[in-house]
Write a protein that binds this ligand. Structure first.
Ligand code: GLN
Length: 255
């Protein structure tokens, strides 16, 4: 089996080590004998995006978002089709914001979004910075996601969120939700990189992409990832002890 993972604009969208997500996906697949081709897609080197089994968009500052919009716009219809077709997409922070209708920055400038999904983001007073703990809606054995967020933009949408914020801010710091799920597209504010701290989420994405590609149920072989899960658990404990506001009651979530 193999997977083609498209890394979109690795030269511009790589805040807080988001590139690490690609390494995690590749290694966790390869450890199971699944070949992974990572295709770097840049403004100077556009590859056949329609061949992607998985697309990754990292975070970027307002400047990068502005630069990329006009380039990515050419792929708007293709991206829309691919999303409807269930291609797995992970979009982080600036990359997530770019998929909506627009992003209104702190100076009132409107950075157009691709409008492949119907939502918007606007910068409000102060940045939302810190560690974040989320109880996810995904069908995972481990129900928590841990990460780090740093964004001025507040995202408002009515799609299914990726989860409920237990500690931290999430989409907008108000409604208690984080991220977005639409088909196999997952938008999130979690950096870290998210997948190194949440190996269960990485496996979920790999499984979804393989099942779509090979059109059958895929059972991923267990890995010896005690250390990765230990890191997840420790971070969860640390975040719970931190001073940031507790936004939802923390149940004993299945670890
Ligand atoms: N420019 C966006 C914001 O500050 C995204 C930043 C990011 O990707 N971390 O809201």
């Amino acid at each position: 089996m193999n997977l083609k993972i498209y890394h979109m604009y690795p030269d511009l969208l790589n805040l807080y080590g988001d590139r690490g997500n690609i390494i995690v996906l590749k290694k966790r697949a390869e450890w199971r004998g699944i070949e992974v081709f990572v295709i770097n897609f840049t403004r100077d080197d556009e590859k056949n995006l329609e061949e992607a089994d998985m697309i990754f968009l990292g975070g970027g500052s307002d400047r990068e978002q502005g630069l990329l919009y006009s380039h990515l716009f050419k792929y708007k219809n293709l991206l829309k089709e691919m999303i409807e077709d269930g291609v797995v997409i992970l979009a982080i922070c600036g990359g997530y914001q770019l998929l909506g209708n627009y992003y209104l920055d702190a100076y009132g400038n409107k950075i157009e979004g691709l409008s492949v999904l119907d939502f918007y983001t606007k910068a409000e007073k102060g940045r939302l910075i810190g560690n974040i703990l989320v109880e996810t809606n995904l069908p995972l054995m481990v129900k928590t996601l841990v990460g780090f967020e740093n964004h001025g933009g507040r995202t408002y949408h009515s799609y299914t969120p990726l989860g409920k914020v237990i500690k931290g801010y999430g989409n907008n710091g108000k409604d208690g939700y984080e991220g977005l799920i639409y088909n196999n597209l997952f938008g999130t504010y979690l950096h870290g990189p998210i997948l190194s701290k949440n190996p269960h989420f990485a496996d979920f994405l790999l499984k979804r992409a393989l099942e779509r590609k090979y059109n059958r149920e895929i059972k991923l072989r267990d890995l010896d990832d005690k250390e990765e899960f230990w890191a997840h658990k420790k971070l969860k404990e640390i975040i719970l002890k931190e001073g940031s506001p507790l936004r939802a009651p923390f149940k004993r979530l299945l670890f």
